[in-house]
Design a protein around this ligand. Structure first.
Ligand SMILES: [Zn+2]
Ligand SMILES: [Zn+2]
Ligand SMILES: [Zn+2]
Ligand SMILES: [Zn+2]
Ligand SMILES: [Zn+2]
Length: 448
């Protein structure tokens, strides 16, 4: 063998002693025996498990199969005589007829605990017992539910009460909050005004300092003299003014007296004027022509019960005769109400009553005058009944002692409204105006 090939030979020499390459094996062999050892006899070589096909070292394989391989079938540990794969043991325990187990109705109160096979028989045969247990439990549940429902109802009511209280509180709180915000506003306004005042005061202080720096002590003395002089002048003026004030008080009293007198005179004048007007418009020949304006309006007012009775100005039967007046109800009075015009005359207290003959006996005629020019006047007359107190001296009856007039006499149904407002050959209402004439027959009356 050449030296150059020695190196190659040493790499493959069949008689070289070598250590087995499997982890854990400590055997030393010749190279020529190594392959067989590794393949067949090394107890540290890897082989797959017959059942689960996982690789294990040969020395571990037996232990694996006997104790841990999940695919190996073993006898049931509960002695039911079945062969079960090790990995299925847990599942089998849930079905194994030999395992001790509870009846499925345990939670309803059944206390049976036996081998599964026996329990299955019990579950089939004890149906009645189990139904009774379920019913009992159901009854308890129902009672519990009722209690819960009542409690829920109670809670609901409480909740409503609480929410009512809350809304009540909210109502109480709202005005308070408003008040608080108002107070805030006021406070900030006050603060602002306070700051303004502070500014003002500081500016006044500044001015004061300027002034005191301008007026030195010498200037002040001169000024003081002037001020004293002007003060004296002022004092004099004040005393003059006080004298004037006293005088003014006297003048005021005089003025008040005069104004009182003036108002008395004014009232007297008005009274005189009234009297004068009456004298001017009063007739002394026993005749009265009375102009009634606003016929329609006043008639409607009468229908509503307002201003029922209209009175004329007084008239006299002579310079020293009876004092009388006419009365009209445009919407009717008594039997003529709402259908007729009612016309009356009334005797009034006169200045010459003590000199006149009583009772009053002069015939009276009442007319509504035709304004068309054809003189179709509506006229009705009456002769006074001496028994009727209406014609006795006014104020002589006890009942009417203080009344200025007697009870009126005349015609409740003087003329119907149709007769007045839509006559055939006359016009009684023109320009909404009606003329009433009263004539007292003065014959036989001695003029005093
Ligand atoms: Zn060799
Ligand atoms: Zn080995
Ligand atoms: Zn295995
Ligand atoms: Zn079993
Ligand atoms: Zn049971």
């Amino acid at each position: 063998m050449t030296l150059c090939r020695l190196q190659d030979h040493l790499q493959a020499c069949q008689f070289e002693s070598l250590r087995c390459s499997n982890a854990g094996c400590s055997e030393i062999l010749l190279r020529k025996d190594l392959q067989e050892h590794l393949r067949i006899s090394c107890s540290y070589r890897m082989e797959p498990c017959h059942y689960c096909k996982h690789p294990y070292t040969c020395c571990q394989l037996e232990e694996h199969e006997r104790y841990t391989c999940p695919e190996v079938e073993i006898k049931c540990p509960n002695k039911c005589s079945q062969m079960i794969k090790r990995c299925m043991l847990e599942d089998h325990a849930d079905q194994c007829p030999e395992v001790q187990t509870d009846c499925v109705y345990k939670k309803y109160g059944c206390s049976v605990r036996e081998r599964r096979a026996q329990v299955q028989v019990h579950e089939k045969t004890a149906l009645n017992h189990h139904i009774l247990l379920v019913l009992g439990s159901n009854t308890k549940l129902e009672t519990l539910m009722e209690i819960l429902q009542q409690e829920v109802l109670l809670r609901h009511k409480e909740l409503q009460e609480r929410s009512r209280q809350v809304s009540g509180l909210e109502e109480v709180v709202r005005p308070l909050a408003q008040q608080v915000s108002r107070c805030d506003n006021t406070l900030s306004a006050v603060q602002r005004s306070l700051e303004d005042q502070r500014d003002h005061i500081s500016s006044v202080q500044l001015q004061l300092e300027e002034l005191s720096s301008v007026f030195g002590p010498g200037v002040a003395r001169e000024e003081l003299g002037q001020i004293r002089a002007s003060l004296d002048a002022l004092r004099q003026q004040v005393s003059v003014t006080e004298g004037l004030k006293d005088h003014l008080g006297e003048l005021k009293e005089t003025y008040m007296r005069h104004s009182r007198l003036l108002s008395i005179h004014t009232a007297q004048l008005e009274c005189n004027e009234e009297h004068f007007r009456e004298l001017e418009s009063t007739s002394y020949d026993g005749k009265l022509i009375w102009k009634l304006r606003d016929y329609r309006k006043r008639k409607e007012a009468g229908a509503r019960g307002q201003g029922l009775c209209l009175s004329s100005a007084p008239f006299h039967t002579g310079r020293s005769g009876y004092k009388m007046a006419a009365r009209a109800y445009l919407n009717g009075d008594g039997a003529g109400r709402d259908t007729h015009l009612s016309l009356y005359v009334v005797l009034m207290r006169g200045d010459f009553d003590p000199l006149l003959p009583w009772p009053f006996r002069q015939p009276v005629s009442l007319s509504v005058l035709d304004q068309s020019g054809t003189n179709n006047h509506l006229t009705m007359s009456f002769k006074p009944d001496p028994e009727n107190t209406s014609f006795h001296r006014p104020g002589s009856a006890a009942a009417t002692a203080s009344a200025p007039t007697n009870v009126a006499s005349g015609f409740q149904c003087f003329a119907s409204h149709a007769q007045l407002e839509t006559p055939k050959n006359a016009i009684y209402v023109r320009d909404d105006t009606l003329f009433v004439k009263v004539k007292v027959d003065t014959s036989g009356l001695e003029d005093l």
